[in-house]
Design a protein around this ligand. Structure first.
Ligand code: HEC
Ligand code: HEC
Length: 312
C-alpha cells in the first residue's frame, strides 16, 4: 500500500483514539445523550475527512504536472501561466474592499462596542430604576438610607461617628468648627456652596457696619466663637460683631439668604448637596465631589448629616 495512505490511516486511528479518551466514552461519559453523540460523530467525521483531503492534496503535489499557456514575462526564469482570475476569488476580493471601506468609515466608528458606553448606559438605567423605586422615601427611611451612604462613602474620612477623625475631615456633629469660620473670614470662600459661583469676600472686604472699619483680629476671634458655638444668646459680643459684619449677607439669625449667602447656623439639604456635587476646599482639607452618587442618594446623605447635628 502507498506509504502516504498508511500514514493517513495511522494518524486517523491515533486521533480517533484521542477523541475516545478525551470524551471519556471508556468511562461511560456519553450516557446516551443525543447531543453529545452528535458532537462526537461530528468530531469523527472531521478527523476522517481532514486526513483524507490532506492526503489527496499531498498526492496531487507529488504527481501533478503543470500545463497551459505561459505568459511572456519571466521572473528570474520563473514563468507564469495565463490563468483567468477565478470569479469567486474576484468577488471576495472586491467584497472585502467594499466591506473594509464601510468598516472604517461607518462600521467601526458608529457601531463599535464601547465598554465605557455600556457602563454609562448601565449606570443610567440603574439610576432611573433606583430613583423610581426610592423616590417616595422621606423622613426616617431617608435618614437610614443616608446612613448607609455615609457608611459606604464618607466614613473613611469623616469617621464612623462623623467626628472628622481628629481633624482629618469636618466634624459633622456640629455645623461649623471654629477654625473653619476663622479661615473663611481670613481668606474668603469660593466653594459653590450656593450651587453657583458666589464667593464670600476675605477680611479685606468685610466691614463692620457699627464701626465703619474693616473687621479686626479681635472681632474675628469673637465672631468665630459665636458662630462655631451655634449662635448662643448669651454671647452678646459675638452677636454684635455678627450683626455688624455678617448679617447683611447671612441674615441676623445666620440662616442665610437665597442667592446671597448660605445657612451657617444649621446644615441644610441644599448646602450638603452642593458640597457633594462640587466638593469643598477649606481650612480642614479637601472634600472630593461625589459624582457617583445619584440625586436621591445625595438627598439621603444630606438628611443623615442634618440628623447628626440635631443630635438625633
Ligand atoms: C458679602 C456677603 C457676605 C458677608 C458679609 C459674609 N459672608 Fe459668609 N459667605 C458668603 C457667601 C456667598 C458664602 C458662600 C461661599 C462659597 O460658596 O464658598 C459664605 C460662606 C461662609 C462660610 C462657609 C460655610 C461653610 O459651610 O463652609 C462661613 C463660615 C461664613 N460665610 C461666615 C461668615 C461670617 C462669620 C461673616 C461675618 C464675619 C460672613 N460670613 C460675612 C457671603 C458673605
Ligand atoms: C476624602 C475625604 C472625604 C470624604 C470621602 C468625604 N468627605 Fe466630607 N469633607 C472632607 C473634608 C476634608 C472636609 C472639610 C473641608 C473644609 O476644609 O472645609 C469635608 C467637609 C464636609 C462637609 C462640611 C461642609 C461645610 O460646609 O462645612 C460635609 C457636609 C461633608 N463633608 C459631607 C460628606 C459626605 C456626606 C460624604 C460622603 C458622601 C463625605 N463628606 C465624604 C473630606 C471628605
Amino acid at each position: 500500500m502507498n506509504k502516504l495512505y498508511l500514514l493517513g490511516i495511522i494518524i486517523t486511528v491515533i486521533m480517533l483514539g484521542a477523541t475516545y479518551l478525551s470524551v471519556g466514552m471508556s468511562k461511560g461519559g456519553l450516557n446516551g445523550d443525543i447531543v453529545n453523540m452528535l458532537a462526537v460523530a461530528g468530531a469523527i467525521a472531521l478527523v476522517i475527512i481532514t486526513v483524507f483531503v490532506v492526503i489527496k492534496y499531498v498526492r496531487q503535489m507529488q504527481t501533478d504536472t503543470a500545463e497551459g499557456e505561459l505568459a511572456d514575462e519571466s521572473w528570474d526564469n520563473i514563468g507564469e501561466y495565463k490563468n483567468p482570475v477565478p470569479m469567486g476569488w474576484a468577488i471576495m476580493f472586491l467584497g472585502t474592499m467594499v466591506w473594509g471601506m464601510w468598516y472604517w468609515v461607518a462600521g467601526y466608528p458608529v457601531n463599535a462596542y464601547s465598554q465605557i458606553g455600556e457602563y454609562n448606559e448601565d449606570v443610567a438605567a440603574h439610576d432611573k430604576k433606583f430613583e423610581s423605586q426610592y423616590a417616595s422615601i422621606t423622613g426616617d427611611r431617608l435618614v437610614e438610607m443616608g446612613e448607609s451612604v455615609f457608611l459606604a462613602e464618607c466614613k473613611v474620612c469623616h469617621g464612623i461617628a462623623a467626628d472628622g477623625i481628629d481633624g482629618k475631615a469636618a466634624n459633622l456633629n456640629v455645623r461649623l468648627e471654629e477654625k473653619t469660620v476663622k479661615a473663611v473670614i481670613e481668606n474668603g470662600s469660593n466653594n459653590m456652596l450656593l450651587g453657583t459661583e458666589m464667593p464670600m469676600p476675605d477680611r479685606n472686604g468685610l466691614f463692620n457696619a457699627n464701626s465703619g472699619a474693616l473687621i479686626t483680629d479681635a472681632e474675628i476671634n469673637t465672631v468665630a466663637k459665636y458662630v462655631a458655638n451655634g449662635f448662643p444668646a448669651s454671647d452678646k459680643a459675638g452677636a454684635e460683631v455678627f450683626a455688624g459684619v455678617c448679617s447683611s449677607c447671612h441674615g441676623m439669625d445666620g440662616k442665610g439668604m437665597a442667592y446671597v449667602a448660605p445657612d451657617i447656623h444649621e446644615f441644610t439639604p441644599e448646602l450638603v448637596i452642593n458640597v457633594l456635587t462640587h466638593g469643598k476646599k477649606g481650612a480642614i482639607g479637601q472634600m472630593p465631589a461625589f459624582d457617583r452618587l445619584n440625586a436621591k442618594q445625595k438627598e439621603a446623605a444630606a438628611a443623615y448629616v442634618i440628623s447628626l447635628s440635631k443630635g438625633e
